[in-house]
Design a protein around this ligand. Structure first.
Ligand code: SAM
Length: 284
């Protein structure tokens, strides 16, 4: 108890502001005063691992150029990685029925067209793998000549490692249609192992959306999913990230964001498109 009190007092406003600014400058993730307690509980894990006593010690540690890898480990503990298969059901339906056919039609003159899809904050991989399964199941049979490239990326190496492993618990598959579960997973000891057939068509890499050079490296995309990550940024960071996404999107390409997110006040560059059961942002 006494130790708990001591540690609470250790996270001074000064240390909080310094750490908050370090995180914001590096990633766009913004911790408001009201989220101080959340940051505190997450950083606590790093303090224990590093055997540091106070948050001030941690600030000094992370500022030291000798410890430049600490920022990457910090991203593992401060990011919120909630996701599951078929989370954005209506968006995936629109992708399959409207967006892919339209994009493929526009590439009709090419002998072997490539459609590139980027899941830009893919966490443990459920989102890009859902897209991969829909392509295998519904889209590829209609367009056998089209090559689909799927990239999943995240700022956290820990979730990227889990994504590459492709082993999931009940929570992740709770919204998954039964036929997909049966066809694309092997169930063993209560775990769901994604088959190589799906894993092999998604590539994962670390991309910080707040770093222009990293985003530009992705190259041109036809579809971008950037879902449930803009909520962690402030308005300035949202504007910066969304304008970078606009840059790498092909004309005619689509951006999908989370159901609770909006580009209102963030960007006027896109055309808001009402699809049957979802909305998307199109680059004209
Ligand atoms: C809540 S998950 C969303 C997962 C998935 N897109 C979905 O909607 O189910 C948010 C992810 O964004 C990642 N993230 C946060 N800031 C980021 C940044 N600056 N660059 C890239 N990824 C970031 C987090 O690591 C986390 O895995």
């Amino acid at each position: 108890m006494a130790q708990g009190v001591e540690q609470k007092e250790c996270f001074s406003d000064e240390a909080f502001i310094e750490l908050r600014d370090i995180i914001y400058k590096a990633s766009g993730i913004f911790y408001s005063e009201s989220k101080k307690y959340l940051l505190e509980s997450r950083i606590q894990k790093r303090l224990v691992t590093l055997k540091l006593r106070t948050f001030h010690d941690y600030v000094e540690y992370i500022k030291n150029p000798l410890n430049k890898d600490e920022l990457k480990l910090l991203f593992d503990v401060i990011t919120i990685n909630e996701t599951y298969f078929f989370r954005a059901e209506q968006q995936f339906e629109a992708l399959e029925k409207i967006v892919f056919p339209e994009i493929i039609r526009n590439k009709d003159s090419l002998s072997s067209p490539i459609v590139k899809i980027w899941s830009a904050a893919s966490s443990t991989g459920e989102e890009p793998y859902t897209i991969a399964m829909i392509i295998l199941e519904k889209v590829k049979p209609l367009y056998p000549k089209v090559q689909f490239q799927i990239l999943g990326s995240d700022i956290s190496n820990q979730v990227l490692e889990a994504a590459r492993n492709g082993v999931y618990k009940d929570y992740s598959v709770r919204n998954m249609p039964e036929n997909y579960l049966k066809k694309y997973f092997v169930v063993k000891d209560g775990l769901y192992y994604l088959k190589d057939e799906v894993k092999s068509i998604v590539r994962f890499t670390n991309i910080n959306l707040f770093e222009p050079s990293q985003v530009r490296m992705v190259g041109s995309c036809d579809v971008i999913f950037c879902a449930n990550v803009l909520i962690y940024f402030d308005i300035v960071a949202k504007q910066k990230v969304v304008s970078l996404l606009y840059e790498v999107l092909n004309p005619g390409g689509y951006l999908f964001i989370g159901y609770s997110e909006s580009l209102h006040g963030v960007s006027k560059a896109f055309k808001l498109v009402h699809l049957p059961r979802a909305i998307a942002y199109k680059k004209e």
